[in-house]
Design a protein around this ligand. Structure first.
Ligand code: NAI
Length: 396
């Protein structure tokens, strides 16, 4: 079938297998163009391995350090006449490339929050890898079924305490408008923390530790975002920000576990840059901020995508010979270039001036859109999108 993009709001419901593969190849090429990661990870578990920051972490570990990788993710498989979600095709492309390079790469598609997927993952590590020395926690999910209570928690992206009014953009239609978001209630706050907070990360690390599947000195990292004041009401001080505070709490407790029981291991939070991913495109206001940010950072030559961010995180922080540099809150900051004073001053200046009419001129909405389409394998050079493509591709 000929596979064309079908955008519905902030998602595209189709994905192109060859386009996704070409996107993954671009990421692999970037990592290969960097100096190899000496002293990098050897056996890595990536939770949320199929798209965004998790996939970029996996590509960096495998092609930068020659690591064996086990990826866990939750993607819609392909069918005879229906494309899969993009992470399915990304993972196939990654796995093929890793195995061609002689690297171990295996995958588990299922709910990482469940006890069953945890058990299957532990069994696979025990059988194939013995132990892992790095666990990347990069899940972004709208819901979580709690493995012990069975309750279904749904996360919301809302302010806390009071309503929030600001500009936002419909990235598909290019319309700038004002949006007011009502504050979350207590239940919504608790639910968002249950989904995007640290409890599940702790459960993973406890289970791995108890099963003696963590190597001496094992590390674990999870990702967070802080961003500028203009987004604080919806992000840092909103429901997702409170969940991220809980992720930081979990980082401290996992850090103690790894230090005490796994010969000086370490757990930490890396604060990453705001980027176009399936997760971030769902947040109100943030896509407009990203479109402005891209314009400024590209002009300054400091723009990075997921793969550049993760390659820098691994090389200059997690596996730097001198070890990571932490901020006052104990976090690694690879959002440092985004948060530079001159970048944020430029964002502040542009922000109130943006309208539907000048969106193309004042922001990099074109760059936003092309990055968004690339997430689904569209707009990659060298792919004939008018040709027949086989949507049904089995997982490797
Ligand atoms: P993404 O949407 O690209 O990736 C999410 C991953 O989680 C995918 O591999 C998906 O299959 C997996 N997943 C979702 N639910 C799952 C489940 N129940 N079981 C197993 N796997 C599941 O998201 P993105 O943006 O890469 O986010 C990853 C982390 O990075 C999140 O913690 C996010 O808050 C953080 N982050 C994102 C930033 C951004 O601008 N995109 C900025 C800074 C941090």
């Amino acid at each position: 079938m000929v596979i064309k993009p079908k955008v519905r709001g902030f998602v595209c419901i189709t994905a192109h297998p060859a386009g996704c593969a070409a996107h993954v190849q671009e990421w692999i090429a970037h990592v290969k163009s960097q100096p190899p990661l000496t002293g990098g990870p050897k056996k890595v578990l990536v939770l949320g391995a199929s798209t965004g920051y998790g996939l970029a972490s996996r590509v960096t570990a495998a092609f930068g350090a020659g690591a064996a990788t086990l990826g866990v993710f939750f993607e819609r498989p392909s069918e005879e006449d229906r494309p899969a979600s993009p992470g399915w095709y990304n993972t196939i492309a990654f796995t093929q490339a890793a195995r061609d390079a002689g690297l171990y790469a295996k995958n588990l598609n299922g709910d990482a929050f469940s006890a069953d997927i945890k058990r299957q993952t532990l069994d696979l590590i025990r059988a194939d890898l013995g132990q892992v020395d790095l666990v990347v926690y990069s899940l972004a999910s709208p819901r979580r079924t709690h493995p012990t209570t069975g309750a279904v928690h749904k996360s919301v992206l809302k302010p806390v305490g009071q309503s929030y009014t600001n500009q936002t953009v419909d990235t598909d239609k290019g319309i700038v408008s004002t949006v007011t978001i009502e504050p979350a209630n207590d239940q919504e706050i608790a639910d968002t923390t249950a989904v995007m907070g640290g409890e599940d990360w702790e459960m993973w690390m406890q289970a791995l530790s108890e099963a003696k599947l963590l190597a001496p000195g094992a590390q674990s990292v999870a990702y967070s975002y802080i961003g500028p004041e203009v987004t604080w009401a919806i992000y840092k001080n909103g429901t997702i920000g409170l969940a991220k505070n809980d992720l930081e709490r979990a980082a401290r407790s996992i850090d103690s576990l790894l230090k005490l029981q796994h010969s000086g291991g370490r757990a930490c939070i890396a604060v990453n840059k705001a980027l176009v991913t399936q997760a971030s495109s769902a947040i109100p206001v943030v896509p407009l901020y990203i479109a402005i940010l891209y314009k400024i950072m590209k002009a300054k030559g400091t723009h990075e995508g997921c793969i550049e961010q993760m390659a820098r995180l691994f090389a200059t922080q997690l596996y730097a010979p001198t070890g990571p540099q932490f901020d006052a809150g104990g976090r690694i900051r690879v959002d440092d270039w985004e948060m530079r004073e001159e970048v944020q001053a430029a964002v502040k200046e542009i922000w109130p001036k943006v309208t539907t009419e000048n969106l193309t001129e004042l922001t990099d909405i074109a760059g936003y859109r092309s990055e968004f389409m690339k997430l689904f394998g569209f707009g990659l050079p060298g792919i004939n999108y008018d040709a027949d493509a086989e949507p049904h591709v089995p997982m490797l």
